[in-house]
Design a protein. Structure first.
Length: 456
């Protein structure tokens, strides 16, 4: 890893290199916080977690080939190197910031209330037509995950697409300090994390901290259809705006949904117009394609390269991932949920074959309006062409209550106290040939429902 010698690591994070100092000029091969992924020559960062304290594995990781341990305590070693620091997490953030500066590659930072991950995937797919791209994997988008993503970069990588997720004020400022993006992409300002950020204006203010470290010659790409983002002009930058309104710099029309096979549309840019095929279901995916096109143009891709990148993008597990078994079509959208994403997924469910069944669970971090927002999702569900609505969890009782206001008599609406309660009754509710949407906030662990149905 470029310039990540033990002495440089200690210096950049304000730590002290102790023990055996003979390897001070050794350049580590990787950085990990998981003792199970230790490789020869790596730096192991000991993190104190809720369940496990990484310091207890210090001796083990050295025996397994680690070059050094980053520690919050004095390990007392004389014949092994270790770096002592006040905060391992703080040190990792400082090391990641230092390392990214050594590589000096463009960084695209992606944030927003809804669609960060799918937009990040689309942007990476488009840029991948021309560059070697490293992107955020899984949920590695927070103050620990972002540094670990940065540490996966190598000198052969040409551009990084980094997802940046927050739930409190100040978090985005700290993430932006690490990433120092050349390009900031913001998908929308929705209703997520209201518990901590208060209002949509609070969300906008917190997300806008991404501009604190935007490079002077950087680029800003915003959803121009979003009423809050329409007002943003950060640090004197003139944003590129995307959306369905023709007043945007990059916009789409002639949108034709093809159910679970995706959507086609025509995308218009200053460089020309082209027909695009988006192979991921949902009209909302058009916005992701537009963001991908805007970023692609920013980094010099041709129209043909952008078209191919959009067409090559695929879904991830837990994010409207369609699984076809011998009995069901499962729409695995259980990674996370908020009111906007719930409604978008329900709209797409209507295109499924057979009976349409929605298994919906509680949405977290909605603050004082959580009851009303759950009811609104229910009202939307009741007005759609859905055959059965199964609501799981205490907050989701409000989804059922809302649905009963708008649903036709034939819609089956049932409530279950918990995921375990639902599992007991699944056989009596589901039928062969059903298309089943599974969606809730991550803490509901609805992936277990997906696993059960997949096995069935």
């Amino acid at each position: 890893m470029k310039n990540l010698t033990l002495k440089n690591i200690a210096a950049c994070c304000g730590g002290a290199l102790k023990g055996d100092l003979s390897s001070a000029d050794f350049e580590v091969t990787a950085i990990t916080t998981d003792s199970r992924t230790v490789t020869d020559g790596c730096l192991f960062a000991a993190i104190r977690g809720e369940r496990v304290d990484g310091h207890q594995f210090a001796d083990q990781v050295m025996e397994n080939g680690a070059a050094c341990v980053l520690s919050e305590v004095d390990l007392g070693w004389k014949n092994r190197p270790f770096i002592q620091t006040d905060s391992t997490l703080g040190a990792l953030k400082a090391i990641a910031e230092f390392y990214l500066k050594q590589l000096n590659i463009p960084v695209v930072g992606v944030t927003g209330s809804v669609g960060k991950t799918s937009t990040k995937e689309m942007i990476a797919s488009v840029l991948g037509e021309k560059y070697r791209v490293l992107k955020t994997e899984g949920n590695f988008n927070n103050e620990l995950g972002l540094p670990l993503t940065v540490f996966r970069l190598r000198e052969g990588d040409e551009i990084a697409v980094l997802e940046m997720g927050i739930s409190h004020f100040g978090e985005m400022h700290r993430l932006a300090k690490i990433a120092r993006p050349d390009t900031c992409v913001m998908t929308n300002i929705g209703w997520a994390h209201l518990e901590n950020l208060g209002t949509r204006d609070g969300i906008l203010r917190a997300k806008s901290e991404i501009f604190d470290y935007l490079r002077e010659d950087g680029h800003v790409i915003l959803n121009g259809d979003d009423d809050k983002l329409r007002t943003v002009r950060p640090n004197g930058h003139d944003p590129v705006r995307f959306g369905l309104d023709p007043s945007n710099d990059v916009y789409a029309d002639a949108i034709v949904p093809h159910g679970f096979d995706g959507t086609s549309c025509t995308i218009h840019t200053d460089e020309g117009s082209f027909d695009a095929t988006i192979r991921i279901p949902g009209k909302h995916m058009v916005y992701n394609a537009l963001a991908g096109a805007a970023v692609g143009l920013t980094y010099g891709l041709s129209i043909d390269e952008i078209r191919r990148g959009i067409g090559n993008c695929r879904t991830l597990a837990g994010r409207f991932n369609i699984i076809r078994t011998g009995r069901f079509t499962i729409v695995d959208d259980c990674y996370n949920a908020n009111p906007a994403s719930m409604k978008a997924s329900l709209e797409v469910l209507q295109s499924g074959s057979g009976r349409k069944v929605a298994i919906l669970g509680d949405m977290g971090e909605l603050g004082a309006d959580e009851v009303r927002l759950h009811e609104e999702v229910g009202e939307a569900a009741g007005a759609m062409k859905i055959d059965a609505l199964l609501c799981v969890g205490p907050l989701s009782e409000n989804i059922a209550a809302g649905a009963k206001k708008t649903a036709p008599e034939q819609m089956e609406i049932r409530c279950f106290a918990s995921r375990e309660d639902l599992m007991i009754h699944l056989r009596e509710v589901l039928k062969d040939g059903d298309t089943i949407l599974i969606k809730a906030s991550h803490f509901m662990q609805f992936n277990r429902i997906v696993d059960t149905l997949r096995e069935a």
